[in-house]
Design a protein around this ligand. Structure first.
Ligand SMILES: [Zn+2]
Length: 595
């Protein structure tokens, strides 16, 4: 890295390009402008409905709609991000809650767009989709037309939208509060349950087991509340599906992520049929750990560590260099984020855990890390940078309504860049470190692909049972969770009867099937990367995928570079790549033994 860049790196967010502080008068002014313009927009077009018949008027409405300040809600973007770096700042939390409510009201002002366009007569729909002036919006319009069958009347939408909070969301938050208040007595200290769950992986075998037992005991005491929570949320979902005429509990999610129903069903089928891959990995893991059998608390246990450390400056330089080969622009973007204060790098008190990169249209992405100089930290930077680049490509190529990409493709870019970087770093490691790095990568793939699909299968079964039986006990929920856990992890594990109680703390089960998007993105990006590595796809073609943003369906975006996700063979090639990693790890283990 050049010296002048190193000097200018900022490791804390500088959000002054958004607002100077929480009391910046611009914050309230911007929010009021969002509200005022949304109300005026609603007023204008509920009186003047010519856009429903005339394509020129429709174009005018869409352009006006996408130019509304609500499309780039800077106040909420600012507050949400500030809440992440300091979760104990109650002033930020209060303002965030207030502005979130105001945004919900703004949503009600503009909901008529989707509802009224959805009601356009089929003959006019066809004309709109043929009209050259509406070309930019063809895909979006076709989505609205296609999904109109799920719409209710405006009044019904309002009722359903408003009762969502007490009927479902408050249950989830209430149980979340209860879960967060649980503490485990460990080594003379009270440890919050979330922290205890994270500790398991770091501890030696005996302590892992102790922690696991204590956590399970705590989960059992709150399980009756989790039972009511899950039943309430699933019952509300059943009502929603019935009113909207959705035939399966996952239909609305697949529609929302703009995927092809058959593609998603075949993905779930295929991964479930290839659980032999994840089972083979755990069998090998037991061998590496020197254990005949694994306990569930061993699942995330490390097998060693990569000794090299990567300071943030070094990580930045390495990640930038790896991506420069793909596109020199990527390195420039990354260096710019670091010098402009757009990456919040290190863990600190009050800062939430994890990592993300997030942007709104027309603004450089903000990246949130908890960098600790380890191998995982530098991989995380590569992953989050991938998300940021995806947004940069899409925002530059598309209009606001077409830039936002689906959940299903969101993980494609991030994991693709992670793969690019992994290969470069892997080549530099010692044989011992290679074993650790490869193990960690396979472990992540198993968690992204096989574990998430097992979650999908759990949700499917539970929704089915709530619909048939009316109520499912916590014992039954845990039973379903354990059955599907066993299915993908295999007989190398010895299970306790209570191991299925992990359902209480896995938030995914409350978000209805969104888990498949991880598996979808994970497999596709791996298959894409293999095609890029072999030269079958060029960097330009991969960039086309990222530039497409949300202007087409995920299936059509991939098809435009010759990838047919409707053909199961494509997913098979992604799974094959994960299997090859396992074969490589087996080989490395054998070589090490010989020495
Ligand atoms: Zn990600």
């Amino acid at each position: 890295m050049k010296k002048d860049i190193k000097k200018k790196i900022k490791t804390e967010w500088d959000l002054s390009h958004l607002y100077s502080s929480l009391t910046d008068p611009k914050l309230e002014k911007d929010m009021q402008l969002i509200e005022k313009t949304a109300i005026a927009f609603e007023k204008k077009y509920t009186k003047n409905t010519a856009y429903l018949k005339d394509s020129k008027k429709m174009l005018q409405l869409l352009k006006e709609f996408e130019g509304l300040p609500l499309m780039v809600n800077k106040p909420l973007y600012y507050l949400n991000n500030r809440a992440q770096v300091n979760s104990s700042d109650s002033d930020v939390a209060a303002k965030l809650a207030q502005y979130t409510n105001r945004e919900t009201a703004v949503g009600e002002n503009t909901r008529f767009v989707r509802l009224s366009i959805g009601k356009i007569a089929v003959k006019i729909q066809k004309n709109f989709l043929k009209s050259p002036e509406l070309k930019t919006y063809h895909y979006m319009l076709s989505q609205i037309f296609k999904n109109a069958k799920y719409n209710l009347s405006e009044k019904e939408e309002t009722i359903l939208g408003r009762v969502q909070e007490p009927a479902s969301d408050m249950w989830e938050r209430g149980f979340g509060k209860m879960l967060a208040s649980q503490v485990i007595r460990y080594k003379g200290k009270d440890v919050p349950i979330s922290e205890a769950l994270g500790l398991i992986a770091e501890k030696p075998k005996k302590e892992r087991l102790t922690l696991h037992t204590k956590i399970t005991d705590a989960l059992l005491t709150i399980a009756p509340v989790a039972e009511m929570e899950i039943n309430a949320i699933y019952a509300f979902k059943k009502i929603d599906d019935e009113l909207r005429g959705a035939k399966t509990p996952y239909e609305q999610t697949v529609v929302k992520y703009e995927n092809d129903m058959k593609v998603v069903e075949s993905l779930v089928d295929l991964v479930t049929k290839r659980y032999d891959i994840s089972k083979r990995f755990y069998k090998l893991k037991a061998k590496i750990l020197g254990q005949k059998k694994l306990h569930i608390s061993d699942r995330a246990a490390p097998i060693g560590s990569v000794k090299q450390t990567y300071s943030f400056e070094e990580s930045l330089a390495r990640v930038g260099d790896a991506f420069e080969l793909f596109d020199p622009q990527c390195k420039k973007w990354l260096d710019n984020y670091a010098t402009e204060g757009l990456i919040d790098v290190f863990p600190k008190k009050g800062k939430r855990g994890g990592a993300y990169s997030w942007t709104i249209y027309g603004i450089s992405p903000l990246t949130f890390l908890n960098h600790t100089n380890g191998f995982r930290s530098v991989m995380t930077l590569a992953h989050e940078a991938g998300h940021a680049f995806h947004s940069e490509y899409a925002n530059r190529a598309q209009t606001p309504l077409n830039a936002g990409y689906s959940f299903a493709t969101a993980e494609t870019a991030s994991t693709f860049f992670e793969n690019v970087f992994f290969d470069k770093l892997y080549a530099e490691l010692s044989p011992k470190e290679k074993i650790v790095a490869l193990h960690d990568r396979i472990s992540d793939s198993v968690a992204t692909v096989f574990r998430q699909i097992s979650f999908f299968n759990i949700e499917k079964e539970l929704h089915g049972r709530v619909r048939e039986e009316g109520h499912v006990t916590h014992g039954d929920i845990a039973g379903v969770a354990l059955k599907h856990l066993k299915a993908y992890t295999g007989p190398v594990f010895d299970y306790d009867k209570t191991d299925g109680y992990y359902f209480t703390y896995v938030p995914h089960f409350r978000y209805f099937f969104y888990v498949y998007s991880y598996a979808y993105g994970g497999i596709i990006s791996r298959a894409l990367y293999e095609k890029y590595k072999s030269g079958e796809l060029s960097a330009e073609q991969i960039k086309e995928i990222f530039k497409a943003g949300g202007s087409k369906s995920p299936e059509d975006i991939f098809k435009s570079v010759g990838i047919d996700t409707r053909n199961p063979k494509f997913f098979e090639s992604g799974l094959k790549a994960i299997e090859n990693d396992i074969l490589e790890l087996e080989k490395l283990m054998k070589e090490q033994k010989k020495k």
